[in-house]
Design a protein around this ligand. Structure first.
Ligand SMILES: Cc1cc2nc3c(=O)[nH]c(=O)nc-3n(C[C@H](O)[C@H](O)[C@H](O)COP(=O)(O)OP(=O)(O)OC[C@H]3O[C@@H](n4cnc5c(N)ncnc54)[C@H](O)[C@@H]3O)c2cc1C
Length: 367
């Protein structure tokens, strides 16, 4: 059996590994000229780590990550407690995004990844799918996986009329910076006023990842550093606190800014031989820091279902039947966090989401 995977991001590469484990011949097409990752660091939760362990890359992954805990504080530095949940609901691995994609690409096999080759369109037939590529070539496969991110061209053909939408007024600024001489005695995530969240976390290699986010932001003006600093005032009561110092010490060209984009809820994720995974199916607000983690679950479920049968349409239908209701629940829990009226409620609803995600995992056939 042959699979074509579009997109060599975290989800496309993990799906490729899972399909290889399922016995598929896999070719990945990536439009960029190199394996790369937008962003700096990435929090991966235990459900994603279990999948990556099962795909035999967990050990290497832990060498490019650091175990970390997600607890929120208020701008005065007080812990926002979330009673009723265990420490395991707060624990994640902070991993280096670009190194993660590199290690996944090595595990898939570089010879199976065609760079600088974009997806254009597909023709679906009863017993195969033909994929048309930007270099004019075609590839036939038993299954086509669209893991091509929020702006997915595969989705545009499979579910027309569902372009990515702006999460109005939701902006994120972040950077990973080398040691600056600023003492960072501990990790700190802060829920502030005016819809701002942010903080700083030490990485596995002695650097610091800082982030600043705002819901319902006025249109940002000025340099990226000025934009981020303008919001730090809502996160730290102390003048020139650690976050302010870290942002101020960051060179402008290291700061990454995103207007957050969402994929609207889709009526379907599959046809008989075409399937969406990761952000292509469900790009969501990063305030729950779980888009990649959940996309890694998509990959594992697809791999397991396709390993358990030769009937590709039946496996894809089973994937959709599992994932559509699961993502309705993700949307409900994520909205409860976003709509929280106080920082305390945000912290409580956040851990309610992670607890659900970690305890109500997909049922993997053969697991
Ligand atoms: C600020 C921010 C913080 C976040 N933090 C976290 C976090 O801590 N934890 C977490 O789990 N998630 C987090 N997320 C979400 C996470 O980044 C995404 O869910 C994840 O990166 C999606 O991976 P993907 O492989 O589906 O898509 P992408 O990473 O977008 O990869 C898609 C790939 O497809 C390629 N492609 C696109 N179009 C084509 C085409 N036509 N032909 C061929 N290739 C194509 C692209 O070049 C790209 O390489 C965060 C997101 C944001 C914005």
């Amino acid at each position: 059996m042959r699979a074509v995977v579009i997109g060599a991001g975290i989800v496309g590469l993990t799906t490729s590994l899972a399909l290889r484990q399922a016995g598929f011949e896999v070719v990945v097409y990536e439009q960029a000229p190199a394996i790369r990752a937008a962003g700096a660091s990435l929090g991966l939760w235990a459900n994603a780590l279990a999948v990556l362990d099962d795909l035999s890359v967990g050990e290497e992954l832990r060498c490019i990550g650091v175990p970390t805990e997600m607890y929120f504080h208020d701008p005065a530095g007080r812990l926002l407690d979330s009673p009723g949940f265990g420490v395991e609901d707060h624990q994640y691995l902070l991993a280096h995004r670009a190194k993660l994609n590199e290690l996944l690409a090595d595990a898939v096999g570089r010879d199976r990844i065609r760079l600088a080759t974009g997806f254009r369109a597909y023709d679906e037939h009863e017993d195969h799918v033909t994929v048309h590529l930007s270099d004019g070539s075609r590839a036939d496969a038993d299954v086509l996986v669209g893991a091509d991110g929020a702006y997915s061209a595969v989705r545009a053909q499979l579910v027309p009329g569902t372009p990515a939408e702006e999460h109005a007024g939701h902006h994120a600024w972040r950077a990973v910076i080398p040691a600056t001489g600023i003492a960072v005695p501990e990790n700190r995530l802060i829920l502030g006023t005016n819809g701002c969240r942010g903080g700083y976390v030490r990485t596995h290699d002695g650097r610091t990842y800082w982030l600043v986010n705002q819901f319902k932001s006025p249109p940002p003006t000025g340099t990226l550093k000025q934009q981020a600093l303008a919001r730090v005032g809502y996160l730290e009561e102390e003048r020139d606190g650690i976050l302010a110092q870290l942002v101020a010490a960051t060179p402008e060209d290291l700061i990454l800014h995103n207007q957050v984009m969402l994929v609207p809820p889709l009526p379907h994720w599959v046809s008989a031989r075409v399937v969406l995974a990761g952000d292509a199916a469900h790009a969501m607000s990063p305030h729950i820091t779980a888009g990649a983690t959940l996309g890694i679950e998509d990959a594992a479920l697809l791999g397991r279902l396709l390993a358990s049968t030769d009937d590709v349409p039946a496996a894809l239908a089973a994937y959709q039947a599992a994932q559509l209701p699961r993502y309705e629940q993700v949307a409900r829990l994520s909205a409860a966090v976003e709509e929280a009226s106080t920082p305390q409620e945000f912290a409580q609803n956040y851990v309610a989401f992670t607890h659900w995600m970690l305890t109500e995992r997909p049922q993997y056939p053969g697991a």
